[in-house]
Design a protein around this ligand. Sequence first.
Ligand code: ARG
Length: 255
Amino acid sequence: MKKWTGMLFALCAIISLILSGCASKQAGTGDALKVGTDAQFPPFEKQEGDGRITGFDADLLQAIAKAGGFKADLQHTGWDPMFEGIDRGKLDAGIGGITITEERKKKYDFTEPYFEATQVILVPNSSSVKTLKELNGKKIGVQSATTGEKVVQDAFGKTYAGLKGYDDLPSAVEDLKLGRLDAVVADNAVVMEYVKKLGNSQFKIVEDPSIPKEQYGLIVKKGNKKVLDQLNAGLKKIREDGTYDKIYEKYFGKK
Ligand code: ARG
């Protein structure tokens, strides 16, 4: 009797070992890509009351994942932590209206571009500002470590005293509303969304054609070819099959 129980026990142990091996393998291949974002950037990403992240980038990522045959889990990390998360291997990728820049290309690989943008100036309706240059001497709010910040630094110097950096864009716009800033420089589609929401009796957008055009891409850690290829393959598919256009129209209307 003892012998049989012992054998049964050994058999069970072997079977469960095999099963757990299979299970962990399955989890390995089925694992969702961890993707970070700063979900305070509508219409590209925002966090709903229930925690869900919605917006153009959120839809785009899910469409890319579906087309590429993988799963993606989008999480709100904030702007700087998104980059750090990728640096430390805690995140597989980042999406968030991230402009493709030479500086960033030193540390990250970008997918093919998926959106064209530029920086614009948000000012109170009463402002007389008509160009970027005319902001000289004024208090300008930007999200720190963004291309908006770079546009201001390129125009007035890296240590320009009137430049105020914020961790996120809503905080900068809040200070503009409170009269603590003269202007905010940020991405055009996002600024447009603010003007829509706040009503154009309060704020207006100043566009300066001297400000260069930008393109958004998704990022992975430099050299992470596996994930980069996955993302690019999905992106290519949804560009070709019309899914990209559908998402574009949902947020921005017909091209
Ligand atoms: N396009 C700008 C940049 O890449 C700003 C992006 C900010 N995105 C965000 N989700 N807050 O620097």
